[in-house]
Design a binder for this molecule. Structure first.
Ligand code: 48F
Length: 246
């Protein structure tokens, strides 16, 4: 017979195991959009906790371009799509079209098998000692209630929070060590190239990927072409991987 208390106990016990596993990790990835999911996936040999403030992951993938749920990627990211078993259609020599729903769900499925995910949890601050050493978290649903946060410790933190660059913004404000410029005008070609080039460490142990890179460095925006997001996530994963193994 199904028992309400056993259901409740199963959820609490299982979730608190997950939460304990996340308390002291190698990498915290903040944000479950395309860049954060890609980054987390390629770091899954390490202890990774991905924190997403919304209930669902996927960030800006689902809406495609103006709710048209297709996105475009460039030829040089097809191998990443292959890693996630995502299908694509050739549009012309350079551009390929991907179903936004398939991309979002494939990234989420692959990452959720390998990485601990806390959704409905918001990162509101960072721990800074010798560089960034963790994040300060609270339930997204705590709203206006005065509830003190808790802390997750990590060797490195990745800001994958998209246009808002939340983690870089709070770190910049409190350390005064760098500035967050805010993203620039639309120029897809330039933006795609520069976002990948500038992806990396922005402050000791704090890495930035995806649209947050454009916000930090005042780079142009690119709209619904996603190759740069995937390449940026993979590039940051490779840099961190090298750092953590050294
Ligand atoms: O916005 P988002 O998809 O960022 P991204 O990975 O990709 C950008 C593209 O979607 C698109 C684009 C590319 O062509 O222009 O916009 O750089 O995903 C960011 C995720 O971070 C979450 C947010 O809910 C979203 O899912 N997020 C934002 N702030 C926080 C957060 C926070 N404080 N704590 C936890 N998650």
């Amino acid at each position: 017979m199904v028992d309400e208390i056993r259901i409740t106990r199963a959820i609490i016990e299982s979730y608190f195991e997950r939460l304990k596993d996340c308390l002291d990790v190698d990498v915290v990835v903040v944000g479950g959009g395309p860049s954060g999911l890609t980054c987390a996936y390629y770091l899954s040999d390490f202890d990774v906790c991905l924190i997403e403030k919304n209930l669902s992951l996927g960030g800006g993938i689902w809406g495609g371009g103006m709710f048209f749920n297709k996105i475009v990627v460039q030829k040089d990211v097809l191998s990443i799509l292959d890693d996630f078993d995502v299908s694509y259609e050739r549009y012309d020599e350079e551009h390929y079209v991907v179903d936004a729903i398939e991309l979002a769900s494939s990234l989420i499925k692959a990452v959720s098998r390998e990485v601990e995910i806390l959704n409905g949890v918001c990162v509101e601050d960072v721990v800074v000692k010798d560089g960034v050493e963790g994040v300060v978290v609270n339930w997204s649903a705590s709203g206006d209630l005065h509830v003190d946060p808790l802390v997750i410790s990590s060797r490195v933190v990745v800001d994958a929070t998209g246009h808002d660059a939340v983690v870089c913004r709070v770190t910049a404000k409190k350390t005064k060590a760098f500035k967050v410029e805010g993203e620039g005008y639309m120029h897809a070609d330039l933006a795609e190239r520069l976002v990948v080039e500038r992806s990396g460490e922005v402050y000791k142990n704090l890495f930035v990927t995806g649209m947050a890179v454009a916000s930090v460095y005042g780079l142009p925006r690119m709209g619904p072409i996603f190759g740069g997001m995937l390449l940026s996530g993979k590039k940051v994963a490779e840099i961190i991987s090298g750092r953590l193994r050294s």
